[in-house]
Design a protein around this ligand. Structure first.
Ligand code: FAD
Length: 303
């Protein structure tokens, strides 16, 4: 089956999520990638192993025109796939509706070419669904798949710019940060409400910086104003799947655990040996975070 993957391009730069979706989609058939963005992003997509061809358009990433572009391309492909990101959640259901088919969203594993595993009930259960439709619109949870390696440069086809959108892009307001993206980071350091203040949260950020990690937070920490909203991890926040998650002063409420089930290893730093996070952690440091975290950071800085 021929697959078209919609690339994630943010601020003109190809997101690491694209290589992960390509790795997933390669299990289904030969993969072409659609890049709506600059030539440099198309070149980056062309160097992902497993990509047969890159289609590049300088059109708009707004959902209505992007849906029209994808719809026109569906004559060439049986499967259209993207990350289960904000962009994917915006565009793919529209595309499925135009094709009058049911999308399969948030896939975390491929059981067979038309059987997909996806979380339900906020990650408390996994369901396997069979998609027997003639065409398939799929979104993959990028963090659940390892990224495809670098490959030889694939050919790039330039598409005609599609008709303009009914919506108009005005401005993007960005938080400037050199911290890795939570959704795709290999190491995430998370802080809970027990840090006690925004200043206290800087302990978490300092450890994160030392490790080159992304920083996450519980909802309680976000609600208290200690960490920004887009750091929230969990059922109503971001879903992460790092190689290592360091949970600091976090109890491990179900709604938080829903966001970290993909973490390969968990280290808990908590004063309560009975905390739920301690029970599911691979390593637990029982003690006061205000003593342990500065010591840990100082030791790591020596390396
Ligand atoms: P607490 O549960 O208060 O835990 C604090 C922990 O810190 C405890 O384990 C304690 O032993 C430890 N501790 C205290 N002092 C120290 C110290 N000095 N050193 C070391 N350890 C210490 N939560 C999320 O995180 N993400 C979500 O997406 C989310 N969605 C939700 C959706 C709904 C509909 C609802 C109802 C709730 C949601 N929540 C979510 C909230 C969730 O239920 C918990 O309230 C929250 O996760 C708890 O955050 P916490 O671990 O920081 O705080």
């Amino acid at each position: 089956m021929s697959v078209l993957v919609l690339a994630e391009v943010d601020n003109g730069i190809l997101s690491p999520a694209t290589a992960r979706v390509v790795a997933a989609a390669s299990q289904l058939g030969p993969v072409d990638v659609l890049v709506v963005g600059p030539q440099s992003a198309a070149d980056a997509a062309a160097s992902i192993a497993g990509v047969a061809k890159v289609l590049v358009s300088d059109g708009s990433l707004l959902a209505d025109s992007l849906t029209r572009l994808l719809l026109a391309l569906t004559v060439r492909y049986q499967i259209v796939a993207s990350a289960a990101s904000t962009l994917g959640k915006d565009v793919m259901p529209r595309l499925a509706a135009k094709l009058d088919i049911q999308p399969v969203t948030d896939i975390v594993a491929i059981a067979a070419p038309n059987r997909f595993v996806r979380p339900i009930y906020a990650g408390n259960a996994l369901e396997t669904v069979e998609d027997s439709q003639a065409k398939h619109v799929l979104t993959f949870r990028a963090s659940a798949f390892s990224p495809a390696a670098h490959g030889n440069a694939a050919p790039v086809e330039v598409l005609e710019t599609p008709a303009h959108s009914a919506a108009k892009f005005i401005a993007a307001h960005r938080t400037e940060s050199d911290i890795p993206d939570l959704a795709t980071a290999q190491i995430v350091v998370g802080g809970g409400v027990s840090v006690g203040s925004a200043e206290g949260f800087q302990l978490i950020e300092k450890l994160g910086k030392t490790l080159g990690a992304a920083v996450g937070a519980t909802r309680a920490a976000v609600d208290a104003g200690y960490a920004p909203n887009d750091w929230q991890v969990g059922q109503t926040g971001k879903i992460i799947a790092p190689d290592l998650y360091i949970a600091i002063g976090i109890s491990g409420a179900l709604q938080h655990l829903a966001g970290i089930q993909g973490a390969k290893k968990i280290i808990a730093i908590n004063s309560d040996p009975e905390a739920p996070i301690v029970k599911i952690s691979d390593v637990a440091l029982i003690g006061d975070l205000f003593e342990i975290v500065p010591q840990l950071t100082a030791e790591l800085e020596k390396l």
